[in-house]
Ligand binder design. Structure first.
Ligand code: ADP
Length: 496
């Protein structure tokens, strides 16, 4: 029998990628294509869903061709995607009625503000696990139906379909045979009831969304249909939103396992097992990827400005040339000499939830220089993640022993060691930082029988480096105390 491979279609916010994995979950081929970011006005973000699909197909072909294999050598396809981004299309023509409205888009923020503090907001929190926000899909669908000419009539007539990006790609890849999504993506729409595992009738009514538009919802590891090409049918049998796919890709299958992704922002997810844990501190409860017949949940918290503060040092302050320059600079000094950077560029999330906070550098003395600021910026990424971790620990009631890490900034050894020191937790960094792509491939591989069991996957040790805390806990506590003092000075900076 010739060797077979798994393919992950990893459709992110800025690019579409296809990643080919072999049986040891090593990457053997990869192709990537960026797509256009459309900003029709301040705060609005859109993508062209047709461009995304075309890009995804072209990288799929390219990744296969690079390896010199054909579709017959592919055991299964998994899909992972930017979450919440909303596509509405005509099922008769297959053409979207409007551009995809991207998760970052704030066009429905005022409408969501009106919901906050009402009984509906409580209902949303209890039943969807989310907080009423423009980020999630529901109000984006409503906007399309309210603003695109003829859309509401067509939707009510049953001619329009809604999908997050996974659903859109799946529908296209299966030539319209499958209008489905998985629980992780459904749980980011603000229309899915994570307790009953079904679309919530009341929420669909409140937002005026005909339920006929909504895709069927399945487990992340289940049969979603097939992609046909070159005379072969390749099963598509793994789908998960990017953060949940990363959690699964790290092998965080069990309750209590935690991962943090250090990208532009930071996304921390803790697997809470088969019971949803509701946060008293503003974190969201979401579905974690699970195999058919199971339901798993995660608690999620994010840092708005993570690696982005390093981009700011590079692009605005111009005190570094490459993000990686921060590591030797930080290590060239023994501490920040009391300098703290609070990167509250767009306000602060959990546990502060202060949209009026703004960025700040504090504690400057005459000797403070570039290295101190760079080190303080890296430390700020860790302090913010530590704040989210502590919030999570309060909500879940126990402290995990280890946190898995990935994302571009996880390459920074100084940052990882500092995180471990400050949080007093072991960090495990995998060899392959493509855990998001790996998760969808693993889900597909488990569903189609390419892997016999999850234990076969956990047995593969993919850890590259472990960072263990070395800092004296009293010193760590003092540093965190000063961080909190710095944060307190940044809160409510702009006038409401
Ligand atoms: P995203 O998926 O959000 O686009 P990535 O996971 O690709 O993000 O990570 C990119 C981010 O990581 C950028 O914000 C960049 O500044 C940061 N970054 C990349 N390399 C390093 C490094 N060596 N040290 C610190 N930050 C880094």
């Amino acid at each position: 029998m010739s060797e077979k491979y798994l393919i992950s279609l990893d459709e992110g916010t800025t690019s579409a990628r296809a990643v080919v994995f072999d049986r040891s979950m090593s990457i053997v081929s990869m192709a990537q294509k960026e797509f256009t970011q459309i900003f029709p006005q301040a705060g609005w973000v859109e993508h062209d869903a047709m461009e995304i699909f075309a890009g995804q197909i072209s990288v799929l072909s390219e990744a296969i061709a690079k390896l010199g294999i054909g579709l017959r050598d592919v055991a299964a396809i998994g899909i992972t995607n930017q979450r919440e981004t909303t596509v509405v299309w005509d099922k008769n023509t297959g053409i979207p009625v409007y551009n995809a409205i991207v998760w970052q888009c704030r066009r429905t923020a005022d409408y969501c503000e009106m919901i906050k503090g009402t009984e509906l907001a409580d209902y949303i929190h209890v039943n969807t696990g989310l907080v009423a926000d423009a980020y999630f899909s529901a109000t984006k669908i409503k906007w399309i139906l309210d603003n695109v000419e003829g859309a509401r009539e067509k939707a009510e007539h049953g001619d329009l379909l809604f999908g997050t990006i996974d659903t859109w790609l799946l529908w296209r890849l299966t030539d319209g045979r499958s209008h489905l999504t998985d629980e992780t993506n459904a749980s980011r729409t603000m229309l899915y009831n994570i307790r009953t595992h079904s679309w919530d009738e009341r929420l669909c009514r409140e937002f005026g969304i005909p339920m006929s538009m909504l895709p069927g919802v399945q487990a992340s590891g289940s049969d979603f249909g097939y992609f046909e090409g070159d005379g072969v049918r390749v099963p598509i049998c793994g789908i998960a939103g990017d953060q949940q796919s990363s959690l699964f890709g790290h092998g965080c299958f069990d309750r209590g396992s935690v991962k943090n992704t250090y990208g532009t922002g930071c996304f921390m997810l803790a697997n809470t097992g088969s019971e949803p844990v509701m946060s008293n501190n503003g974190l969201v409860t979401t579905c974690a990827a699970a195999m058919d017949g199971e339901h798993k949940y995660a608690l999620e918290g994010s840092v708005f400005t993570g690696g982005a503060v390093i981009q700011w040092l590079r692009d605005e302050l111009k005190i570094i040339e490459h993000a990686g320059d921060t590591e030797p600079l930080a290590q060239s000094i023994s501490d920040t000499a009391g300098v703290y950077v609070v990167p509250a560029f767009t306000g602060l999330g959990a546990p502060y939830w202060n949209m009026y906070a703004r960025g700040m550098i504090i504690g400057l003395t005459r000797g403070a220089g570039r290295a101190h600021i760079c080190r303080a910026a890296l430390e700020a990424i860790a302090y913010q993640s530590d704040d989210v971790l502590n919030t999570m620990v309060r909500d879940i009631g126990f402290t995990p022993e280890e946190m898995k890490v990935d994302g571009g900034a996880a390459a920074n050894g100084f940052l990882m060691q500092f995180q471990s020191d400050i949080s007093g937790i072991r960090l495990a960094r995998p060899r392959v930082l493509e855990t998001t792509a790996a998760g969808a491939a693993m889900l597909a591989g488990l569903t189609c029988g390419y892997f016999r069991s999850a234990s076969e996957l956990t047995a593969m040790d993919r850890t590259d480096r472990v960072f263990s805390p070395t800092m004296d806990r009293a010193r760590a506590a003092d540093m965190v105390k000063m961080w909190h003092k710095a944060v307190s000075r940044s809160l409510d900076w702009i006038e409401k």
